[in-house]
Design a protein around this ligand. Structure first.
Ligand code: RP5
Length: 165
């Protein structure tokens, strides 16, 4: 599975400068064999394309959209406003406020149009993708098995940890 197969998860970001963080979402999707697509969709620089992306998401078969943005991060909320496909928001660290602005912009959605919001940066991007995997796993037993195996590997690694004497 790859970017070539019919995508089930869309990964969008406000700028190519977000890729350093958002590549961690794509890496997880690849690891689990989730068909995905990834592209730049800027809320304030290409709003018409953003709406078209969101409006077509459901009919194109997307089951989740991972949206990352930094600063006054409108992208996840505005995409959520135009589709009922679940939106997983990733706050990208910003230059001056280190992503606290991104986090608050994404997480503080008014009641009625949710954006599931993750941690700032790499962990948030990876966990958004793991959540998309878990959503797919609810109807895909092979995906569920891969997710359980992944969790088991983490448990084994933690149990094998040692501390300096
Ligand atoms: C946001 O502005 C993007 O999501 C990015 O995090 C931030 C800076 O964008 P660039 O100036 O690097 O293109 O829209």
């Amino acid at each position: 599975m790859s970017e070539q197969a019919k995508p089930l998860v869309g990964v969008v970001m406000g700028s190519s400068s977000d890729w350093d963080v958002m590549q961690h979402a794509v890496a997880v999707l690849k690891q689990f064999g989730v068909p995905y697509e990834a592209q730049v969709v800027s809320a304030h620089r290409m709003p018409d394309e953003m709406f078209a992306y969101a409006e077509s998401a459901r009919e194109r078969g997307l089951r989740a959209i991972i949206a990352g943005a930094g600063g006054a991060a409108h992208l996840p909320g505005m995409i959520a406003a135009k589709t009922i496909v679940p939106v997983l928001g990733v706050p990208v660290p910003s230059r001056y406020l280190r992503g606290e602005d991104s986090l608050l912009s994404i997480v503080q959605m008014p009641k009625g149009v949710p954006v599931s919001t993750f941690a700032i940066g790499e962990a948030g991007a990876a966990n958004a993708a793991l959540t998309a995997v878990a959503m797919l796993a609810s109807t895909d037993e092979a995906m569920a098995a891969r997710l359980l195996e992944f969790r088991g590997q983490q448990t084994a690694a933690a149990k094998a940890m040692t501390l300096p004497a």
